[in-house]
Design a protein. Structure first.
Length: 48
């Protein structure tokens, strides 16, 4: 969307939204990885 708008403020807003969503994704991925590890430990999963 940032590439399709001519408005500099619009471009900035879209870029800011991308940064915020990337940080949300990193946060959620970290939570998912933690919970997956906790579940695997509780179920006795050992990848070795």
């Amino acid at each position: 969307a940032a590439q399709e708008t001519c408005d500099p403020n619009g471009k900035r807003i879209y870029r800011d939204l991308v940064k915020m969503e990337e940080s949300h994704l990193q946060l959620l991925q970290g939570e998912y990885d933690f919970l997956r590890g906790e579940f695997q430990t509780a179920m006795g999963f050992a990848p070795f």
